[in-house]
Design a protein around this ligand. Structure first.
Ligand code: URP
Ligand code: ZN
Ligand code: ZN
Length: 469
């Protein structure tokens, strides 16, 4: 079986040209003008991409599809989450295995795999969270990296008592990462300051969702970011700041970059398009917009957009963590109990295209880079993913740049009863989406095979191999 995509304008992180793409055996095998289905191939699919763009499949490097959190579970399954991802043009997600502090990492890894294997419809891999560090954990981490092909860790400076680690554990985890050539992704907020501020606010009777941001101010995130960068500098580990939300925190990461620390930064589509006034909406509607770090003062947005445009921020992710309104209401009397997360896995690419490319804030190559190629490079998937070249996986998005649509919970595929972007207009859409040559989406709807998603093996020590910026 083969797949021929005709006459599309192929746009990658660094090139743009009109050509045909021939895919065979899950890979791209030829790119050129006037390609024909080879003689003898009788069951090829042909897609006319005239007037459309063809992008490499998009990669979301930060999702939580299966997530036990704050006394409940995120609502998506790997079926609903990956279908939503695909309908939005995302062909690979990087989810997180997160053991509770007393759980064993290997058991958690097996649990997460049992949720995804034979169920996911897109490809995927995992960051392995280190939520405790001792000799037993270390042995299991070595095995997860060496035998399972998981080449990134996750640490939480926040959520002490649940996922958060102590400093001596953080140091040990980063030393191990440096030894193994594994990159350490990190949630950077000072947990103790957050707890103190939460207690003070709630005691003073400030219990609504609008108090979530003041309980986790920008300075707390900046302090956490600096802390991670210091640990990276001292241990020599490669570090990746997840969901960076504000200028103050970014300045800490830039300072560290200037000192020569290997640190990369991710922001989220939510921080680029929403601000803290959404969490101030009356009648508990603000709960839809509670996530951590919180949505910030709008003054941060221009800075973040510029940082994405110039590559100071490498990637734009979602931190997709879908909790429905019933779950959000667990925090009706106390914002600290509102499950954190703003679902957005399906909307990331169209919002980045609409507000970034069509909105004149970034060029189309940087858009591909930030939404696909950089994640592939930083997390050891490149050039298998994030690229359109012979030998790369045939993960392709035929994009209609003229499409106009409206975002709504009534039509989205995420298993959650609201959209943070309800009624927003968008420009452009993923018309056809393929995963390793299999057409999974047509006309923006899932038409493919369920359960074909593969767990991607990643090798450690991939830095310097693919020009990570
Ligand atoms: O609010 C968020 N970010 N929810 C998901 C968990 C995390 O911190 O990434
Ligand atoms: Zn986080
Ligand atoms: Zn997260």
């Amino acid at each position: 079986m083969g797949l021929l995509i005709k006459n599309g304008e192929i746009i990658t992180a660094d090139s743009r040209y009109v050509a045909d793409i021939w895919c065979e055996g899950e890979r791209i095998t030829r790119i050129g003008r006037d390609l024909e289905v080879p003689a003898g191939v009788t069951d090829a699919q042909i897609i006319d991409a005239t007037g459309k763009y063809v992008f490499p499949g998009f990669i979301d490097p930060h999702t939580h599809i299966y997530l036990p959190f704050m006394g409940t579970f995120a609502k998506d399954t790997y079926e609903t989450g990956s279908i939503a991802a695909l309908c939005g043009g995302t062909t690979t997600v990087v989810d997180f295995v997160i053991p509770m502090r007393n759980d064993e990492p290997m058991e958690a890894y097996e649990l997460w795999r049992s949720k995804s294997e034979g169920i996911a419809c897109s490809d995927y891999t995992y960051h392995m969270a280190v939520t405790r560090f001792d000799a037993g954990v270390e042995g299991q981490l070595r095995e997860i990296v060496g035998k399972e092909g998981i080449s990134s860790f996750k640490v939480f400076l926040a959520y002490k008592g649940a996922f958060g680690v102590e400093d001596h554990e953080l140091y040990a985890a980063m030393k191990l990462a440096a030894e193994l050539g594994v990159i350490v992704t990190a949630h950077c907020e000072n947990a103790d300051i957050v707890s103190a501020l939460q207690n003070e606010l709630v005691t003073a009777g400030n219990t609504g969702p609008e108090w979530h941001e003041p309980s986790r101010p920008e300075l707390v995130e900046a302090e956490g970011t600096r802390h991670l960068c210091t640990m990276a500098e001292i241990t020599g580990a490669h570090a990746y700041v997840v969901h960076l939300s504000c200028e103050q925190a970014l300045r800490q990461a830039i300072e560290a970059k200037l000192r020569g620390t290997n640190v990369w930064v991710e922001t989220l589509i939510q921080y680029l398009t929403l601000d803290k006034t959404y969490a101030e909406k009356p009648n508990f509607e603000g709960a839809k917009y509670v996530m951590s770090p919180p949505l910030r003062d709008i003054a941060n947005q221009g800075f973040l957009w510029h940082a994405v445009k110039t590559g100071l921020v490498s990637t734009v992710a979602t931190d997709h963590a879908p909790f429905d309104m019933t779950q959000k209401r667990m925090g009706e009397d106390n914002f600290c109990q509102i499950p954190n997360g703003i679902p957005s896995l399906e909307e990331r690419v169209k919002l980045l295209y609409t507000h970034g490319v069509a909105g004149g804030r970034m060029d189309i190559h940087r858009f591909v880079d930030a939404a696909s190629t950089q994640a592939a490079k930083i997390f050891g998937l490149f050039p298998r993913k994030g690229s359109i070249a012979p030998g790369s996986d045939a993960d392709l998005v035929v994009w209609d740049p003229k499409h106009k649509g409206i975002i709504s919970a009534k039509t989205h595929h995420m298993n959650v009863d609201y959209s943070a972007f309800e009624g927003w207009e968008h420009t452009g859409r993923a018309d056809v989406v393929t995963v390793r040559g299999q057409v999974q989406v047509r006309d923006g709807e899932f038409v493919g095979k369920k359960g074909i998603g593969q767990l991607l093996r990643r090798e450690p020590n991939h830095f310097g191999n693919g020009g990570v910026v």
